[in-house]
Design a protein around this ligand. Structure first.
Ligand code: XMP
Length: 507
């Protein structure tokens, strides 16, 4: 395993991904991690990530200098390298010339780190501080035109520093450099594959759960679905997946999810609580109030259903690695705690031990596992869908009639985006029902009907987003179909706002 110490770089997760792509397992730790436990976990090498701070800032993150006495190879990247220099007694200063973007790198020493790589290549830089004096025990092994200390290594220990980012795709041979570090320098072996992960996890869950039972809130999204199938492989019908229809799902969604799980041989406990949710939402127009009511109602129903099964020891959740990292990272600009993955707020007398088998995986790894486990593409490639469902896409008060109109319009949007081959390249594509009526003319008759807004965005993580420049003819088809096929709608508009300043959802 390779350990990565996270100093808050936007690229930390990317480093972890790159190492896993090489077939070696990697884990991210905060700077204050207990080194003994890292060593005990069998780590073969450590990478010190980049970060937004300066090493001479008072509150900048540090590592325990003992790390250099463990005898484990270390690679410091950007801030990680500057920290090495600082700790070993060299000097780091704000550079006269900041280096951002492309730089030409020249290898000065034929080190193992550069095996199989030409002497000159392009690297990606992103730093404002620079090393200005090396500690005595270090030497330079590569440079760029503006930076005489582009790459350094300890004279006798396997400790390296790179000022550039080998993990980003703009650095030529970046993968080769990381691979040299992992295989030649740390002598790690290729032993990480999704197939092996699945096999190990199944055995681990089986051993842990024994004769107990596991409860799971199945939403039909990829995370909870993969969690369900994985645990079912381990313990069969001791898994109790509960799927609640809150009446706010998309067209045919409940049926499709239930059919999928039936085909997989997994018994799902289906609760149709549509009316309860709709009753609770009657007269409510405030978006946050809708969310609160939906969350509360869900927990109450989940609790009632769970109690029917008697005492249950475990609760499974589809928490992913980015959520776990986000909640421990203090330095990164992206520090943030997400709560909507958790079935938080369960009453205290229902104490569960958590099982989170996807806790160390990235989304695309979860998708791979889904495929290995035989989940259909319909589940694996689905767009994110908010917990409060269509309630935040029917603006204003939610009624059965409006939900039905929205469902039909939404399914046309998704169908046409799929037909155009764009479904997998956009982040989300959906319809929103606006609480206004406008005048139209159909045949020879005046109409006075609802407006549908079409929202199609591209995004990497949902934090920022931009509207998709959809070809006019696809927009035209979507608009024509909605107005012709959905009763109650006579106008369609396309949302051309980015996030920020707008958000992806309208409520
Ligand atoms: P916004 O609208 O904040 O959405 O730009 C960002 C992403 O989060 C989803 N979203 C939610 N997901 N519960 C959820 O589980 C919510 O209340 C919620 N609100 C927004 C949204 O679909 C997008 O992917």
């Amino acid at each position: 395993m390779i350990g990565i110490i996270d100093f808050g770089s936007q690229y930390t997760q990317l480093i972890a991904r790159r190492i896993r792509e090489l077939g070696v397992y990697s884990e991210i730790h905060p700077p204050w991690v207990d080194l003994d436990s890292v060593v005990a976990s069998g780590v073969k090498g450590l990478i010190l990530s980049g970060g937004p701070m300066s090493v001479y800032d008072e509150n900048s993150p540090r590592v325990d200098p003992e790390i250099f006495e463990l005898g484990i190879p270390i690679l410091g990247i950007c801030y990680g390298m500057q920290l090495l220099v600082h700790i070993f007694g060299g000097r780091v200063e704000k550079a006269d010339k900041r280096e951002y973007g492309m730089a030409y790198f020249e290898v000065l020493e034929n080190d193992e780190l550069f095996q199989g790589i030409p002497c000159n290549f392009v690297v990606w830089m992103s730093h404002s501080d620079s090393v200005v004096e090396l500690p005595e025990v270090f030497k330079v092994i590569g440079r760029t035109r503006d930076n005489p200390y582009g790459a350094i290594r300890h004279k006798s220990l396997p400790i390296y520093g790179l000022q550039f980012h080998p993990e980003v795709s703009h650095t030529d041979y970046g993968e080769r450099i990381l691979s040299n570090f992992v295989f030649r320098i740390t002598k790690s072996e290729k032993n990480w594959s999704m197939e092996k992960f699945v096999e190990d996890k199944i055995n681990e869950i089986r051993k842990k759960v024994g004769n107990e039972r596991v409860l799971l809130a199945l939403s039909g999204g990829v995370d909870s679905s993969v969690t369900a199938v994985l645990i079912h492989r381990a313990i069969g019908d001791s898994l109790i997946p509960i799927f609640v229809n809150n009446g706010l799902l998309r067209k045919n969604e409940a049926v499709m999810v239930l059919e999928t799980f039936e085909k997989l041989g997994i018994k799902v406990y289906f609760v149709d609580a549509s009316n309860r949710f709709l009753d609770a939402l009657k007269g409510v127009v405030d978006p946050e109030e809708k969310r609160r009511i939906i969350g509360h109602t869900f927990i109450r129903i989940f609790e009632e259903e769970a109690r029917k099964f008697g005492r249950i020891k475990y609760l499974a959740q589809g928490t992913l690695y980015p959520d776990v990292i986000e909640s421990i990272s203090v330095c990164g600009p992206s520090s943030r705690i997400k709560s909507h993955h958790n079935v938080g707020g369960l009453p205290e007398d229902m104490e569960f031990e958590l099982i989170e088998p996807l806790r160390f995986l990235f989304k695309d790894e979860v998708r791979k596992i889904g495929r290995i486990l035989g989940l259909p593409d319909f589940i694996i490639n689905r767009h994110p869908f908010p917990g409060p469902g269509l309630a935040v896409r029917v603006l204003g008060e939610v009624t059965k009639e409006k939900l039905n109109i929205l469902r039909e319009a939404d399914s046309i949007v998704v169908e046409e985006i799929k037909r155009a081959g764009l479904y997998e390249s956009v982040w989300q594509a959906f319809a929103v029902l606006l609480p206004v009526r406008t005048v139209g003319v159909m045949g020879d008759e005046r109409t006075y009907d609802y407006v549908i807004a079409v929202r199609i965005v591209e995004s990497v993580d949902g934090m920022t987003a931009d509207w998709v420049r959809l070809p006019y003819d696809i927009l035209a088809t979507i608009s024509n179909r909605i107005v012709n096929e959905v009763r109650g709608v006579n106008r369609v508009v396309y949302d051309i706002s980015s996030k920020p300043p707008s958000t992806i959802e309208w409520e």
